[in-house]
Design a protein. Structure first.
Length: 130
């Protein structure tokens, strides 16, 4: 029988906490002033889909991105944005490792601003065996 490791237990716990926190935020994520597509009532629980500065942001909560179950998967125009959680519950992206953000949607919007119209290139780490 396979035993659960501390790493998996922490990952599951962090994922559940993230999903709960982001689900609470998803109802306010569709901000018409920020160029969101749709009203809060039209966004299904667990996903955020909006257009920001002409770029489409899609976030699936708890889908298990590069870092496993519980990490939100962010796509900008269909390409995955590599997102990492910090110990202080802030977030960083592969686009900007030097600035932290309070939630994944803020990180995605900042990545779009930093890209300045450039396409997001998919992130494929070498030697990663999840």
């Amino acid at each position: 029988m396979k035993k659960i490791t501390r790493r998996h237990a922490l990952g599951i716990t962090a994922g559940a906490a993230t999903a709960l926190g982001l689900t609470a935020c998803s109802s306010s994520a569709a901000d018409p002033a920020a160029g969101a597509s749709g009203s809060p009532a039209s966004i299904p629980t667990g996903t955020i889909d909006e257009v920001y500065e002409g770029r489409r942001i899609q976030i699936t909560l708890g889908a298990g991105g590069h870092h496993g179950v519980g990490t939100p998967v962010i796509k900008i125009d269909g390409n995955e944005l590599h997102l990492m959680a910090n110990a202080d519950k802030s977030w960083v992206t592969v686009v900007n490792h030097y600035e932290t953000f309070p939630d994944p949607i803020s990180a995605a919007r900042a990545a779009i601003r930093d890209l300045q119209g450039a396409a997001l290139v998919p992130f494929t780490p070498k030697g990663d065996t999840l």
